[in-house]
Design a protein around this ligand. Structure first.
Ligand SMILES: NC(=O)c1ccc[n+]([C@@H]2O[C@H](COP(=O)([O-])OP(=O)(O)OC[C@H]3O[C@@H](n4cnc5c(N)ncnc54)[C@H](O)[C@@H]3O)[C@@H](O)[C@H]2O)c1
Length: 340
């Protein structure tokens, strides 16, 4: 068992990484779990004894309609200020359960049990929650830390390969922006990672959360350094929107584009960009995706991080060091024409 702490402005969060964490005693007499249908089907037998609110599966349910359904179910279950919300699921469940808890009766206590690799390594940790609106991801939400995040590595055994790959992309992201040692570990242990070896996965999830929690402790509300966690995500989100590719696949191609752009702009040595590309390949993630370039450029021009005619973009300076730069959209479009 390993534990890390996040100190949020509205409360602290304790992140525990281990096994057999699902069936811990409930934190309050009236605990209500929020989960999706897949996770419920697989794991309800191991849930702590409590009421369950089930939502549909995937990104398409991460919206205000589902939030309203959850709020109405909470009313039906007579949830009150003493109730505790337990989100059990992937990033979609964690984001919406955290938001439902933060808004119902002006805020209930809540905790998360992330069940995908992406949500353990990234989405479940850090206190950002919310839903999509009008084609924009995570447009409505709050910063509010869960009381705890239990990352139970046993739950990863039932994950399909494509979901594992999404988690790998976030490992690469965290290592590339902040931790050369983790990057080297990934290079040396990529086979163990692909085989989901217990000790390798434990170290990767732990180190990934350590990087994210340290950044969140310094910049909870994403006013500066936390934006570095968007490495690979500007092009990644645009590719995801334009092609419907899964998040991890799109972000890995986005990281390769961002590292090439870093070379073009003179911040990164070509060898380091090559190293990143090689690691992405070793982890069985794509370095390139066939896309309709114009639809990616269109999605790019609607990016949330757009400020006037430029986008706050994350470049690499070295493996393990990143920097934010406002890059004119036309430069990004030019770069995209060269690499897409
Ligand atoms: N809040 C944040 O800081 C943050 C950071 C990164 C991503 N996100 C969000 O996270 C979401 C993506 O999360 P995700 O990749 O976990 O997707 P997801 O929640 O849609 O889960 C992916 C799929 O895996 C299934 N699943 C979950 N756990 C399983 C298990 N143990 N075994 C088998 N199947 C399982 C789910 O039912 C779903 O079909 C996006 O909405 C993204 O915006 C949030």
């Amino acid at each position: 068992l390993r534990a890390l702490e996040i100190h949020g402005s509205r409360g602290d969060s304790s992140v525990v990484i281990g096994r057999d964490l699902l069936n811990r005693p409930v934190p309050a007499e009236k605990t209500i779990a929020i989960t999706d249908s897949t996770v419920r089907h697989l794991y309800q037998k191991d849930f702590p004894p409590c009421e369950v609110i089930e939502i549909g599966v995937g990104e398409r349910v991460k919206n205000l309609d589902t939030l309203k359904d959850i709020h109405e179910r909470l009313v039906g279950l007579e949830a009150d200020r003493s109730s505790f919300i337990l989100g059990i699921g992937g990033g979609v469940v964690c984001d919406i359960a955290g938001f439902a808890a933060s808004t119902y009766m002006r805020g209930l206590r809540f905790g998360l049990i992330p069940t995908t690799l992406l949500s353990q390594a990234d989405a479940g940790v850090g206190g950002k929650n919310g839903v999509n609106l009008g084609g924009y991801k995570n447009l409505v939400g709050t910063f509010n830390q869960p009381e705890f995040v239990f990352c139970d590595l046993n739950l990863l055994r039932t994950l399909p390969e494509r979901e594992i790959l999404c988690g790998f992309a976030e490992f690469v992201k965290h290592a590339a922006i902040a931790d050369l040692a983790l990057f080297s570990y990934l290079e040396e242990n990529h086979e163990g990672a692909v085989a989901l070896e217990a000790a390798v996965m434990e170290r990767l999830v732990h180190d990934s959360i350590l990087i994210k929690s340290s950044i969140v402790n310094r910049d909870e509300r994403e006013e500066g350094e936390r934006r570095l966690l968007n490495f690979g995500h500007t092009f990644g989100h645009a590719i995801e929107k334009a092609t419907g590719a899964s998040h991890g696949v799109a972000v890995s191609a986005g990281m390769v584009i961002a590292s090439r752009l870093s070379v073009q702009r003179g911040t990164l040595a070509p060898d380091d960009a090559g190293r990143l590309e090689a690691l992405v390949r070793k982890l069985k993630l794509p370095t390139r995706i066939t896309v309709n370039r114009e639809s990616v450029l269109d999605a790019l021009s609607k990016d949330k991080k757009k400020k006037g005619k430029s986008i706050s973009f994350v470049l690499l300076q070295a493996i393990g060091r990143a920097v934010l730069e406002d890059i004119p959209i036309e430069d990004l479009e030019k770069a995209a024409r060269e690499v897409l």
